[in-house]
Ligand binder design. Sequence first.
Ligand code: DQA
Length: 142
Amino acid sequence: PVIFVLNGPNLNLLGMREPEIYGSATLDDIAGQLEDQAATLNVELEIRQSNHEGHLVDWLQEAAADAAQAVILNAGALTHTSIALHDAVKAIETPVLEVHLSNPAAREEFRHKSLISPVAKGTICGFGALGYQLALNAASQL
Ligand code: DQA
């Protein structure tokens, strides 16, 4: 089984971007941890990042076409704005697990609304890079 791990805008800057909020791990560090975990869980991962909304829409559709077991999605700021991502998640039967490193509810007002949450299987936020591992644990059991 394959699980997609999709990351949106600015997550390529993890490690140097506001480390007091997002932590010091880079996306490569996180990917490495997830690959180790995936090996023990016997699942395959497709880990990707894009700053472009349309790529994320394409990849959600690809995950469904590939009959992926789940998608772990950190849509970054698109979480709060993207009807296209909301629709893409809704359009596929593949369960989507929403992840955020920070806890958006504890931050600025404009981060309080997620357009992904209402169509996600569930959400993990506020635990930094660990959130991805928690999500992979959950995804592997779906
Ligand atoms: C984020 C939270 C979003 O509000 C923000 O725009 C991000 C990262 C997180 O992982 O905490 O880019 O998704």
